[in-house]
Every structure is written in structure tokens, then in C-alpha cells.
Design a protein around this ligand. Structure first.
Ligand code: HH2
Length: 288
């Protein structure tokens, strides 16, 4: 089955044919690569706008780190961090997804205009399913084995691609059964979430199998430790070339959404990959 080439129903629809970059904006004190960067909401909003000027079509705002070992915060605290930024970006015309697994946070983010909810727990909470079913927002369904506090303690799979695929398909079907428009669903293998380096590489290599499930696939490799280990880069901010490489290879294997911290690097990678994979696209760009 070939994956859909648009995401979310009109009028919020995104054309995915040439790929779509989603800029990461973490308003947390402790995210692994961009934690503690913003003194206030205004600064965060300015960064979100810059991500869009650089080529992101959506900004993913997160208020709680999910890095290995991170601990959870309350919904109120998360709302305090996230809502002013979501509202500021929405009011400036920027499409926003909110990275949360908490129904209270998701509901309030939708009230202030969020276009999509990015749930790293894969909508395993029925309240999250109900919420996206009752509003016409996008749903990003991610696979995670375990929970952030313990997920990297020796994760094991019989076949990582099969296990991740069947989880994602099951969650997507559950969303559809609850009334979510299939066109609103994106799936994400959850690079680095309860996976070893070998699992992450295998997921990337066999990404076409996940794309064959028929939903648009998001890739969230940006600056993650597997890339650091393979490329020999300790500092997460030095992993943007490695990230862009996975953007190009991921596009070639069928992924269409890329959640990245550094937009310019992946923007170039995506453009080159799209021009190679789809020469007609390149003809169209030349005529623009
Ligand atoms: N990765 C992170 C957070 N949210 N969402 C999706 N859909 N896919 C991902 O791979 C993904 C995600 C972790 O990265 P980051 O937000 O940069 O760090 P932290 O969790 O420390 O805030």
C-alpha cells in the first residue's frame, strides 16, 4: 500500500509529496539538545518563527523532556510552559503540533489553536483518542517501548520492525475506530525510544516496511545519540549533518515528515532527495 500524500483534512491540509519539515521547539529546562534555551515565551516564539522562515511547515512545541531518564512534570506546569508559545505561534499564522501525552495539555493546546497532537505514547490513553476524534486535528502516533525513565534499560525485540509496525497499525486502527479521519493520522517508529543503536539502524534501513502500512511516516532522528555514536559526535548540536543524512535516506525509503532541530540542513537534504526520487518535481521547481 502506498502512503497518503496529504495530511489533515482541508483547510489545514499539508502536501507531503516533496516531504515536510517539522521544526522542534522545546520549552523545557532539560531537553537533551535544546533544553533551557529560552528565557521567556517571546524568545521561544521568535525561534519558532525563524524555524518557519528556514523551511519548516510546522513547529512541534514540547514542554516535557522525554529523553532517557527524564521524569514527568504536572499537566499544569506543562501548560504554563507550552500554551503561551502555542498561542503566540498560532496567532502569527504558524501551524503547530504539541508534543504531549497528557489529555489536559492536549485539550488546552487545541483550544488555543494547535493543529496536531504528537503523542509519544502512541495514543494508548483512551482520553487522548477521544480528544482527537472530537476535533479535526492531526494525530502523530509514535512507538515507544516502556517509558522514558527506564526505556533504555536493555530493550529487546524478536523483530523490531515487525513489532513497531504492528503497534503502529493497531493504534492507527484504534484511532480510526473512534472516528478519527484516517487522513489525520501520521505514524512514527520512535527512533531512540526503547531501542538500542542496532534497533534504530534496522528501523531506518527497513523504513519502507513501515511506510507500506499506508499512513504518512514521520522520522524523529534529530541529534539523537545513535547518530552521535555512529558519527563520533558527542555534542548533540554537532549532529545536524548526520540528521540531514537520515532525512535524505528516510525520504528515499518513503518517510515524508521530518522532526528536526536544524531546519536548513534537512531542508537541503530533503530537496536533493526529492529531486532525485521524483525528477518531475525538479522540473516543476525550475519552472517556478
Ligand atoms: N523525539 C523526541 C520527542 N518527541 N516525537 C516524535 N513524533 N518523534 C520523535 O522521534 C520524538 C518526538 C525526543 O527529542 P527532543 O524533543 O529533541 O528531546 P527531549 O525529549 O529531551 O525534549
Amino acid at each position: 500500500m502506498t502512503a497518503a500524500t496529504t495530511w489533515i483534512a482541508e483547510p489545514r491540509s499539508f502536501d507531503l509529496a516533496a516531504g515536510m519539515l517539522v521544526g522542534v521547539l522545546n520549552v523545557t529546562p532539560d531537553s537533551f539538545s535544546d533544553g533551557g534555551l529560552y528565557a521567556d515565551s517571546h524568545e521561544a516564539i521568535m525561534t519558532g518563527l525563524e524555524l518557519c522562515e528556514q523551511g519548516a511547515e510546522m513547529v512541534d512545541v514540547g514542554g516535557e523532556s522525554t529523553r532517557p531518564g527524564a521524569s514527568a512534570i504536572s499537566a499544569d506546569e506543562e501548560c504554563e510552559r507550552v500554551l503561551p508559545v502555542v498561542a503566540g505561534l498560532v496567532n502569527s499564522g504558524v501551524p503547530v503540533s504539541v508534543d504531549t501525552y497528557k489529555p489536559e495539555v492536549a485539550a488546552r493546546a487545541i483550544e488555543v489553536g494547535a493543529d496536531a497532537i504528537n503523542d509519544v505514547t502512541g495514543f494508548t490513553n483512551p482520553a487522548m483518542i477521544e480528544l482527537v476524534a472530537s476535533r479535526s486535528v492531526g494525530a502523530i502516533v509514535m512507538h515507544m517501548k516502556g517509558e522514558p525513565r527506564t526505556m533504555q534499560a536493555n530493550p529487546t525485540y524478536r523483530d523490531v520492525v515487525q513489532e513497531v509496525s504492528s503497534f503502529l497499525l493497531g493504534r492507527a486502527r484504534a484511532l480510526e475506530a473512534a472516528g478519527v479521519d484516517p487522513q489525520s493520522i501520521v505514524i512514527d517508529p520512535g527512533f531512540g525510544f526503547g531501542k538500542t543503536l542496532e534497533h534504530n539502524l534496522e528501523l531506518l534501513n527497513r523504513l519502507d516496511e513501515i511506510c507500506a502500512l499506508g499512513y504518512p511516516v514521520m522520522l524523529g532522528t534529530s541529534r539523537k545519540s545513535t547518530l552521535g555514536e555512529v558519527a563520533g559526535r558527542q555534542d548533540p548540536t554537532s549532529r545536524d549533518i548526520a540528521t540531514a543524512t537520515t532525512t535524505a535516506l528516510g525520504f528515499e525509503r518513503g518517510a515524508r515528515l521530518f522532526r528536526v532541530h536544524n531546519v536548513p540542513a534537512s531542508r537541503d537534504a530533503l530537496r536533493i532527495a526529492a529531486a532525485i526520487v521524483d525528477p518531475q518535481r525538479w522540473d516543476e521547481w525550475q519552472q517556478d
